[in-house]
Structures are given as structure tokens and as C-alpha cells.
Design a protein around this ligand. Structure first.
Ligand SMILES: C[S@@+](CC[C@H](N)C(=O)[O-])C[C@H]1O[C@@H](n2cnc3c(N)ncnc32)[C@H](O)[C@@H]1O
Length: 227
């Protein structure tokens, strides 16, 4: 797949996929989007409740969400098991061209970013004592999810118009079962049809303010007791 590096409005880079006419992140700011949607309203929201979290990411891609999960985990001394699905892993060359070391404030983490990408697939790897990564080279469609297991799902697929098969009722039913009661799914998308699919799967749907350039984002909560 041909990919091009593009700079977003907050200065951080993203990838553009000409074949899909789609970016990996918001053109209004890749870093701001990731921090706001996945870290603040997903990870940090759950860290208020417990200090030992199992995260599932749909779409590892550039590793931006993974590396931003680190400082949050370190600050709270929280244990994170980070499982991430990826159907089309990026080449080392593409990852280097993103220069994400420039947006990671803590210099100790620069090398860790490349460790995330160098880590073996399909096996747990301890990156730091607080963070275990398991990159799963599999599509969401193929993934056999454990039941009532994850605390947070970062749902970071390409947009519904580009990849409707990933935004289907069947996928949200699968993810609902994979999340433990009280756990959440967060995503940048706020489309009505998507929110109806979340509700149909059993989630309570929260519309939250979006990152810069986007009015809304969505958090689905798996209720503690299903009514
Ligand atoms: C919007 S990008 C976001 C990626 C990543 N979270 C990041 O910050 O770079 C979507 C990602 O989903 C991956 N993907 C596409 N189809 C997939 C599938 N069926 N199952 C799992 N991942 C998929 C893409 O290769 C891409 O890396």
C-alpha cells in the first residue's frame, strides 16, 4: 500500500493513504486527537477507577496511541496490558519518517517508541515494567476475543465510509462481549448510525466534546448490570 507523510495542524505528522483518500489521524492534529480521545477519555477515565488495565486497540498503525499510553501509565504507576490488532503493519522506514520521537517530551521514551515497533508479533513483550505489549497481526474480523476481559477498547479504525465492515453491528457485538462490565470503548467517530450500532450491542452511549476541529467523540460504556 502506498503511503504519504503529511503534517497535521498541531505540527505532528500522520500518514495519508491515497488508495482510500484517508488519513491515519485527524488533519486538525494527530497528537491532539490521540491525547484527547484515547488517552484522556479512555485510559485516564478508567485509571480513575483502577490501576491495572487491559487495553485493546483496533489498529496499531503508527504506534502513536501506544506510546502516549506510556506516560499516563507511568504517572499513575499503573500496570497496562496493551493488546493491539493490526492487519497491515507499517515498514520500519515509514515509522522512522513520522519522527514521533520529536513529539514525545520525555527523552527516555524516544527509544521505547522504536521498541514498540521492533517487538515480536503475537506474543507478550515487556517494554517497561509497567507496560506489556502484545501486537496481534490479525484483522478485527478474524480476532477471537476473550470474553469480559478488556477495560478499555481504543477503536481507531479508518472512518466508517472507508471501512464499513469494521463498523458493523457484528464487530460491536464482538467488542461488547470482549469488554468487562464497567469497561469502555472510545473512538473519534460520532456518526448516528455508529452510535445506533453501539446501543444495539448493549453499550450506553456518551457523546463527549471532540478534539480540536471535531465537535463530538463517542464513549460506549458496558453497563455493570445489563437491563
Ligand atoms: C485510522 S488508522 C489508526 C492507526 C493507529 N491507531 C495510529 O494511531 O496510527 C487505522 C489502522 O487500522 C488498521 N486496519 C485496517 N483494517 C484493519 C482490520 N480489518 N483489522 C485491524 N486493523 C485494521 C490500518 O492498517 C491502520 O493501521
Amino acid at each position: 500500500m502506498h503511503l504519504e507523510i503529511r503534517q497535521t495542524k498541531d505540527g505532528s505528522n500522520t500518514l495519508y493513504v491515497p488508495e482510500l483518500n484517508e488519513h491515519y489521524h485527524s488533519v486538525h492534529g494527530a497528537l491532539q486527537e490521540s491525547q484527547h480521545v484515547f488517552i484522556r477519555h479512555g485510559l485516564e477515565h478508567m485509571l480513575e477507577q483502577k490501576k491495572d488495565l487491559k487495553v485493546l486497540e483496533v489498529g496499531f498503525g503508527t504506534g502513536l496511541n501506544a506510546i502516549l499510553t506510556f506516560p499516563a501509565a507511568l504517572a499513575k504507576k499503573a500496570f497496562i496490558q496493551y493488546d493491539t490488532l493490526e492487519k497491515f503493519p507499517l515498514s520500519e522506514e515509514t515509522v522512522k519518517q513520522l519522527h514521533y520521537e520529536n513529539i514525545i517530551l520525555n527523552p527516555e521514551l524516544h527509544e521505547r517508541f522504536y521498541q514498540l515497533h521492533a517487538a515480536a508479533w503475537n506474543q507478550p513483550v515487556d517494554i517497561i515494567p509497567y507496560f506489556t505489549l502484545q501486537k496481534i497481526h490479525e484483522s478485527l474480523e478474524e480476532f477471537v476475543a476473550p470474553q469480559s476481559y478488556y477495560d478499555v477498547v481504543y477503536f481507531d479504525a479508518f472512518a466508517p465510509e472507508k471501512q464499513p465492515e469494521l463498523w458493523s453491528d457484528a464487530m460491536f457485538e464482538k467488542l461488547y462481549k470482549a469488554i468487562r462490565p464497567g469497561g469502555v470503548l472510545v473512538t473519534y467517530c460520532a456518526k448516528g448510525s455508529f452510535k445506533r450500532s453501539l446501543k444495539a450491542a448493549g453499550f450506553e452511549v456518551e457523546a463527549l466534546p471532540g478534539p480540536p476541529g471535531k465537535r463530538e467523540m463517542t464513549r460506549g460504556v458496558k453497563p455493570l448490570i445489563r437491563s
